[in-house]
Design a protein around this ligand. Structure first.
Ligand code: 4NP
Length: 595
């Protein structure tokens, strides 16, 4: 039998070498996608007729715009600040060749971009401000419009740039915007006050977007010239029968609306309302339409992404790019399921479970996702897979504030972060024990980013519930973090707290550092500009002053977002070694020494 650490090293090496795939569409007659296939997030393309693939970029890629089938170019962003998220925008031909800068715009945090074949529209943030910019491939760039709130460009075409955001400064609503390039006019549009409206896409001067103004989120078409709003109409009934809660993506293909619609953490593809059968799980990115065929990348919690060719009404999708797990890992990920539990106030909380332990109840982890406006879904996650494959039962709640269950649920954490959402995390532990999944004496709490924040808060406010905790890229102190944030993350914190700064102290883990009683593992990227390191260093000083048991791993030359597999190893491996030490059968509970 191999020793614990070498088994974990082998496990992490196997898991990070499993490539991810997310499609960006088609360009120049090829399917274009992001993949970690050769160890870094890169752009790739595939000619489905010959099966020939090409790697388009060498250095890591941060983000990319959906492609335009009529253009051979692929536009993407790259961090040029060793993880500080100052990006340049570049482009490359879908068949391969040299990378070229889109413009000589100074590096800034580019958090949304769109491409129309010639122009790139994007939202960028500096320390001082957020704005909408436009650049021409190989040409100039200009700042078009200064934003005083969180907003994201989602499309550009003809005379319009469109996007959405917190434009009326109500933290609980999102409005769409239509910016006219020729006149500089900015229209903020909402079909009804108080509604949430998202991710507009353009076609022929019309705007397709998601709105919940009639209740459940549905797709609508707005004509900015006439002001007329219509529900997106479909010829087939599958979409309505499915009755989605949200949408991951949508757009037009040859004048027909397609939608990747979502419910209970899974997504399905519809074309003109007719389902295009895809495997169970989550569709990554957008569908690519090429030569009359449809391509999608799909994964689930137990199976890594594959690329498939699918068609409406014709049954089994065909695997175009396969992806397999070693048998010994696949076995550990087999028992995955979805449920709901009632939280402390009766609210139903959706939860994913992966039973990776051979024991039931077994050593377990309450895994807290980041965001907080994100979710654990039936989708491949190297973080979840590695915890389960290391032999732990994972309970991963979609606490209030998570996406995927409607905007009413999503906005429940606004003005209350680290409050009732933390209550849901505590209840996830209780439920997991009741279900016979978690051994009450061996439960860890773990998360990255907002999940790292919740972990620290859980360890300080509910110290007796946890055998140990692992907090990656965590938030230790809201006031200190706010002071270090750039324009977009300042807005983010203002929206999250709904302006209630008086809560910052009470909701900061630093306030409870003296209460922590179980061993804590802190892992933090040195160059993180979303959840900066300094407040966490000060938190460590407090732990030290109070004689707490903790270990700290500061990963040099790395930012908040993982862009290489080596970075993933540096985050995952210390976490798994720590969990293994504290949760395995027979491990002695570690008592902190007296201060
Ligand atoms: P995430 O990171 O969980 O990866 O989205 C965060 C970054 C900033 C904040 C929260 C989470 N914030 O509140 O500023």
């Amino acid at each position: 039998m191999e020793g614990g650490v070498s088994r974990l090293v082998r496990l992490v090496e196997e898991l990070v070498s499993i490539p991810t795939y997310a499609l960006l569409g088609s360009a120049g007659g090829r399917i274009v996608y992001l993949s970690t296939k050769e160890g870094v997030v890169s752009l790739w393309s595939l000619d489905p007729a010959s099966g020939e693939t090409a790697r388009l970029t060498e250095a890591p890629v941060s983000g990319a715009a959906p492609t335009r089938p009529e253009s051979p170019h692929v536009v993407f962003t790259r961090d040029v600040s060793r993880g500080r998220e100052l990006h340049r925008i570049l482009y490359v031909d879908a068949a391969g060749g040299e990378e070229k800068p889109v413009s000589d715009a100074p590096p800034m945090r580019v958090f949304a971009l769109a491409f129309d074949g010639e122009r790139v529209a994007f939202t960028g943030a500096t320390a001082e401000e957020m704005a909408i910019y436009m650049a021409r491939l190989g040409g100039g760039w200009e700042k078009l419009y200064s934003l005083d709130t969180m907003a994201f460009v989602t499309d550009v075409e003809g005379d319009y740039i469109v996007g959405y955001g917190n434009l009326r400064h109500d933290p609980r609503t999102n409005e769409i915007f239509v910016y006219r390039i020729s006149t500089g006019e900015m229209e903020v549009y909402t079909p009804r006050d108080g509604s949430n409206n998202k991710a507009p896409r353009l076609s022929g001067g019309r705007v397709l977007f998601e709105s919940n103004f009639e209740g459940r989120s549905r797709l609508y078409v707005y004509d900015p010239d006439s002001g007329v709003l219509e529900r997106a109409g479909f010829s087939h009934g599958d979409y309505d029968a499915y009755d989605p809660v949200e949408h991951d993506a949508y757009g037009w293909h040859e004048g027909i609306v397609w939608a990747v619609a979502k419910k209970e953490g899974r997504s399905r593809l519809f074309l003109d309302g007719r389902e295009v059968p895809t495997p169970r799980g989550t569709i990554h990115g957008v569908p690519a339409f090429l030569h009359g065929r449809i391509y999608v990348a799909v994964s689930n919690i137990s199976e890594p992404p594959r690329i498939y060719e699918a068609s409406p009404g014709s049954g089994e999708p065909r695997v175009v790019v396969d992806n397999r797990l070693p048998e010994w890992i696949a076995e550990r990920l087999q028992r995955a399921w979805f449920a709901r539990y009632r939280s402390f106030d009766g609210l139903w909380i959706p939860v994913y479970v992966v039973e990776g332990s051979s024991e039931r109840p077994g050593p377990g982890v309450v895994y807290v996702h980041g965001g907080p406006w994100s979710e654990v879904r039936d989708m491949w996650s190297v973080m979840l897979a590695s915890i389960a494959a290391a032999g732990f039962n994972v309970v991963a709640p979609n606490f209030r504030g998570s996406t995927g269950y409607g905007d009413e649920f999503r906005t429940m954490d606004i003005g209350d972060p680290g409050g009732r959402d933390l209550g849901d995390v505590v209840e996830a532990r209780r439920w997991g024990i009741e279900q016979g999944i978690l051994d009450p004496s061996r439960v860890a709490v773990m998360g990255y980013s907002y999940g790292g924040y919740m972990t620290l808060l859980a360890m300080g406010r509910h110290p007796n519930l946890w055998r140990c905790g692992v907090a990656g890229a965590s938030v230790a102190d809201w006031e200190e973090m706010y002071g270090m944030s750039d324009a977009i993350f300042k807005k983010f914190i203002e929206v999250l707290f709904a302006g209630r700064r008086e809560l910052w102290r009470e909701r900061s883990p630093s306030t409870y550092a003296d209460k922590v009683s179980a061993p804590l593992c802190l892992i933090h990227p040195q160059n993180d500009t979303r959840t900066p390191l300094k407040p966490v260093l000060r938190y460590m000083e407090k732990l030290l002053d109070h004689g707490k048991v903790f270990e700290a791993h500061i990963v040099p030359d790395m930012g908040h977002v993982l862009t290489t597999m080596e970075e993933a190893v540096k985050i995952l491996l210390p976490a798994l070694i720590f969990l293994d030490k504290h949760l395995r059968a027979g491990a002695e509970p570690s008592t902190p020494p007296a201060p």
